[in-house]
Design a protein around this ligand. Structure first.
Ligand code: NAG
Ligand code: NAG
Ligand code: NAG
Ligand code: NAG
Ligand code: NAG
Length: 402
């Protein structure tokens, strides 16, 4: 009996580990405690690398102080090139101070996030770590041919170690390479409509072109854009309702499918909440709520709930996802002018008329009351996320005891 009792906490911990959706580390918070790294921290956020770092386990982040960063910034790289350079500072392995000083054979190479972007040719995404004379640890980047340069950067100190999740270490100089600094083919070269047209969003793209909304989408590419594109079949069955909209209504509906911020799938999963859209204008909010449901990501307007079913492109600063329903903004689809004096009120016995005039395709799953607030939904996730594993582990724990 005594032995079995010990299994309960173990099992609970195990299950909590398996099901936990909360992040174990937050690089922004870690670095906030050290003002000498504020510039580095700032650029981790603006390049969206922070979210990428928080998503990963067993990594090492090499930081440089503000003076070191000003050398890098003096090169006036574009934000995308800067992102590549900073990606070289994130290793896909855990190196605490102890491990750095005890590298077997005295030298090793490790792959970096730059390697993971797929933009690094040859071995340009790898860093050589070598134990040097006098207890120093040197870091060198490589060129395409696999030649490692001089060890211009050395280990200074450990900033924070959470074994074996994340090790944050300070190094003496920025790690860089001509490859990482080379100009990145900018998003300006990306023809969004052509891309969408070729990859299963032709009907939606045709609507963008026909309505003049195309230009608004194109203008937002450089600053960051996420597009939710209903697939061709979905658009086709929606056409009768679309044709019925006013010219302004059509444009608003289309702009409602774009968000002027880049959001990777990982970011959508970890940052649930309300989104402004390209249609947002002052008091006309045109927002929807992002809500993850296990592995699924759902978009909830007050009228309909759509699910992301695929990814066309997810490359900072642009992401395009396929969705299974047309997003219906309440601003358009609940704005039907109320009949001043409803004559035949026989049908409207119990139902409030404001709910009845919400049309829309595939509103079959629209069991959520239209007036449920988004903050209610937010609270539910947090509780739901923890309630499930807790209940499950208790249940299994009881089984063990029996
Ligand atoms: C990490 O911390 C920053 C600042 O404290 C916060 O803005 C951000 O949302 C956090 N990220 C996650 C994934 O919790
Ligand atoms: C790291 O670089 C040094 C110096 O160029 C080289 O001698 C060593 O073999 C490299 N280590 C690895 C594992 O490639
Ligand atoms: C590492 O991450 C796991 C969850 O993924 C967490 O439970 C654990 O406490 C973390 N370890 C440290 C040292 O923070
Ligand atoms: C995208 O390509 C199409 C066809 O080649 C062209 O008509 C359109 O103007 C291009 N759009 C942009 C924003 O360059
Ligand atoms: C189009 O609008 C009219 C008037 O508002 C409405 O009676 C009709 O049902 C609508 N048709 C469709 C397909 O939504």
């Amino acid at each position: 009996m005594k032995k079995k009792m010990h299994l309960l906490p173990l099992l609970t911990t195990l299950l909590l580990l398996l099901f936990s959706t909360t992040n174990a580390h937050n690089i922004t918070t870690i670095l906030e405690k050290h003002p000498e790294f504020s510039t580095f921290n700032h650029y981790l956020t603006t390049t969206h690398l922070a979210a990428e770092i928080n998503r990963r386990r067993t990594i090492t982040v090499c930081v440089v102080d503000n003076a070191g960063m000003s050398d890098l910034l003096a090169k006036h790289l574009s934000l995308l090139s800067l992102k590549n350079v900073l990606s070289l500072h994130v290793f896909a392995d855990y190196f605490g101070a102890k491990k750095l000083h005890q590298i077997s054979k005295g030298s090793t190479t490790t792959s970096t996030l730059f390697q993971a972007t797929g933009e690094a040719a040859g071995t340009a995404g790898y860093v050589n770590i070598t134990d040097m004379k006098g207890g120093k640890v040197g870091f060198a980047t490589s060129d395409n041919e696999g030649q490692y340069g001089e060890f211009t950067s050395t280990f200074l100190k450990s900033v924070e170690e959470l074994p074996y999740n994340i090790s944050v270490i300070q190094i003496s100089h920025v790690l860089s390479s001509p490859e990482a600094e080379s100009p990145v083919s900018g998003p300006a070269d990306l023809n969004l409509t052509t891309l969408m047209q070729k990859q299963g969003c032709k009907a939606f793209t045709d609507l963008l072109k026909g309505s003049g909304a195309e230009e608004t989408f194109a203008q937002n590419v450089e600053g960051g854009l996420t597009v939710y594109c209903p697939t061709d079949g979905v658009i086709n069955s929606f056409m009768p309702k679309y044709k019925n909209l006013t010219t302004d209504g059509k444009v608003s509906l289309l702009l409602y499918h774009g968000v002027p911020v880049y959001q990777s799938l990982g970011m959508l999963k970890s940052n649930n909440g309300q989104m402004n859209t390209l249609a947002t204008e002052g008091a006309n909010k045109y927002e929807f709520t992002v809500q993850n449901d296990g592995e699924d990501i759902k978009l909830e307007t007050k009228v309909v709930t759509a699910t992301i079913t695929g990814t066309l492109i997810d490359e900072d600063p642009v992401a395009v996802y396929k969705i299974d329903k047309v997003l219906l903004p309440r601003e358009v689809f609940k704005a039907a002018p109320p009949a001043p004096a409803p004559k035949g009120s026989k049908d409207a016995k119990e139902k409030d008329t404001s709910e009845a005039d919400a049309p829309g395709p595939g509103t079959d799953d629209d069991s959520v009351p239209a007036d449920q607030t988004a903050s209610d939904n937010g609270a539910l996730t947090i509780n739901g996320g923890w309630f499930m594993p807790g209940a499950l582990s208790l249940f299994l724990g009881c089984l063990v005891l029996m």
